[in-house]
Design a protein. Structure first.
Length: 140
């Protein structure tokens, strides 16, 4: 599960008009277009997700719990701001729900994968001792 995959999933499900992404971008600063309906909210949210997950690049792995906690903090902040309009509430709720959907799909894919083949370790061998041999104890 990568940062790029999450944002592309969100853009596909919620819409390019809300999350205008440039899939071929190589840097975070070029990843989002400036023509989103709620550009400031989306831009801030995407950057906070990137930062909270300690992403060094767009294809960095992300943590589900960290991602959801970050979205919850943004949602709480919006709910406390008197200038937040109803469309912003709907957008952050969609981001939370769709992210949960993405994480559920990803975790199911992880569970259904076949386990890796165990590595055979032939370095240890069993040495049989004859029954007539006794270990001698050191003399005191």
């Amino acid at each position: 599960m990568t940062f790029r995959a999450l944002i592309l999933f969100l853009a596909d499900r919620i819409g390019q008009h809300q999350i205008p992404v440039h899939p071929g971008a190589h840097e975070i600063r070029h990843f989002l277009g400036a023509d989103g309906v709620h550009h400031d909210l989306i831009s801030r949210t995407v950057r906070q997700l990137y930062k909270a997950n300690h992403c060094g690049h767009l294809d960095a792995r992300i943590s589900g719990p960290t991602t959801l906690a970050t979205l919850a903090a943004i949602r709480t902040e919006l709910s406390r701001c008197i200038k937040t309009d109803i469309d912003q509430y709907k957008l952050i709720d969609s981001l939370c729900a769709t992210t949960s959907e993405f994480l559920a799909e990803y975790s199911e894919a992880e569970i259904t994968r076949t386990p890796p083949t165990p590595i055979k370790d032939n370095t240890a061998t069993v040495v049989e001792l004859s029954s007539g041999h006794r270990a001698s104890s050191p003399s005191v």
